[in-house]
Design a protein around this ligand. Sequence first.
Ligand code: HEC
Length: 121
Amino acid sequence: MKSQKVVFPALLCAILLVVSGCGKDSDSPTPDPGNDDVTVDNVTYANFAGGLFQSSCSGCHTGTGQGTGKWVFSGYSSVTSNLALINDAVIVRRIMPQGSSLSSRQLELLKAWIDKGAPQN
Ligand code: HEC
């Protein structure tokens, strides 16, 4: 039964991590997987924007999603070829993602990415 002594604190740690992550308000850095080091200077599609479209948009903008009438998300080129529309909907008019909103950090990074010319890597 030695192993339980190790597993239990590890579990506690994991639970604490999850709870503290969820408790943050929308102005603190959003804990998107692997994105804590992303800044307005180094933001790319690979390190941030792609993951954001995947997590915040693909639910409605892929497959038979309700948003596919206007834009179908299928990776980098589906974003860059609709960049003006996306910029308008997300950054300017803030009507997307429909029914929720991006954190101020997500908006800031997305805007910086678009302003830099939407780099892929
Ligand atoms: C809960 C569902 C949902 C989510 C999440 C969502 N959308 Fe949409 N989106 C829609 C619907 C519905 C429409 C309208 C489609 C239509 O009129 O045919 C739309 C329309 C759009 C349009 C066209 C706007 C226009 O002016 O015509 C763009 C661009 C867009 N969405 C981008 C995004 C982006 C980028 C995200 C993620 C940040 C996102 N959407 C998240 C449902 C969603």
